[in-house]
Design a protein around this ligand. Structure first.
Ligand code: NAP
Ligand code: MN
Length: 268
């Protein structure tokens, strides 16, 4: 078992990383930054987003495990006081580890400079920059759907549906469903501008193209990464043929995470 570890950089996460390395060495696990099988992320969901983006080139060869040092995370489901249990399960040849595979979003950005590909574990967003609204044509499966005017568009994955998408009143989607959700960010609706208003869920192989009005300054994001561009001709969003692997050493069903994160314990 070869692993590498990434932490959020705060005191507790750094301290837990040291503890993890010691426990792992005692259990015969090999620390391998170059070619790990498993990536351990210690911190929060944001730390997992970093871990994901630093391993895009080897996504099919690695699986991720998350430890949270703050509140319960969607990608970080082991608690700080469970490290020895986690190491025991990771190093045991007989542990009943399951790999769960979650869909991710693939974004093809076409600009005057050519075509670039981005991936997102949570979501991709396009917004207007400089406090200006975004004006963009939306095509679904290459056919014109609507003209959008408003703050922006959020295209989220099922596992990202509990993040930004949820704040936009989007639905929560179980990550076993290969889909993308398109949610509006503060659309303007009046006699001139009209958008659907509801969020939409596209299945695998469907395409959503966003074609901003020419020469607009845009604010683009893929998860925690933000870029400004003024040369975008179009972006195409789809469910990626790639998936992300999470190593599950014990079950923690998605709906239980949803309840734990958003409802909490309610004794009757
Ligand atoms: P951040 O501003 O520190 O994160 C915002 C919050 O989103 C944190 O509490 C983070 O959890 C949580 N989060 C991340 N992924 C999640 C998921 N899949 N389900 C539920 N909650 C999740 O920035 P960050 O840590 O770099 O994370 C970037 C993410 O922030 C983006 O991908 C976007 O989803 C989210 N965001 C949300 C809003 C909004 O809701 N209005 C606006 C902008 C960005 P941790 O504390 O465990 O890291
Ligand atoms: Mn964060």
């Amino acid at each position: 078992m070869k692993y590498s570890l990434l932490n959020r950089g705060d005191d507790l996460s750094r301290q837990l990383s040291d503890t993890f390395h010691k426990l792992a060495a005692d259990s015969g696990m090999i620390k391998d930054e170059e070619c790990p099988d498993t990536i351990v992320s210690i911190g929060g969901d944001g730390t997992m987003l970093h871990a994901f983006h630093s391993h895009l080139h080897v996504l099919d060869q690695v699986s991720f495990v998350g430890v949270h040092t703050g509140h319960l995370g969607f990608y970080a489901d082991w608690k700080a006081n469970e490290l020895d249990e986690l190491v025991r399960r990771m190093s045991s040849p007989t542990s009943e580890m399951k790999i769960v595979r979650y869909p991710i979003a693939e974004i093809e950005l076409v600009s005057k400079a050519g075509t670039e590909t981005f991936y997102a574990l949570n979501e991709f967003t396009m917004r207007g920059d400089d406090g200006k609204t975004l004006v963009a044509k939306i095509n679904i499966n290459r056919e014109s759907f609507e003209m959008f005017r408003g703050d922006g568009i959020c295209i989220s994955t099922p596992s990202g549906s509990t993040a930004y998408n949820k704040s936009l009143q989007g639905a929560l989607i179980h990550p076993s469903i290969e889909a993308l959700q398109i949610a509006e960010i503060a659309s303007i609706n009046n006699r001139v501008y009209r958008t659907l208003g509801s969020s939409m869920i596209l299945p695998n192989h469907h395409l959503c193209d966003i074609i901003p009005r020419e020469d607009q300054k845009l604010q683009l994001s893929a998860d925690h990464l933000n870029i400004q561009r003024d040369d975008v001709l179009s972006i195409r969003c789809k469910v990626s043929p790639l998936k992300v692997n999470f190593a599950r050493y014990r079950p923690f069903p998605f709906w239980n995470r949803v309840r734990a994160a958003f409802i909490g314990d309610q004794s009757e």
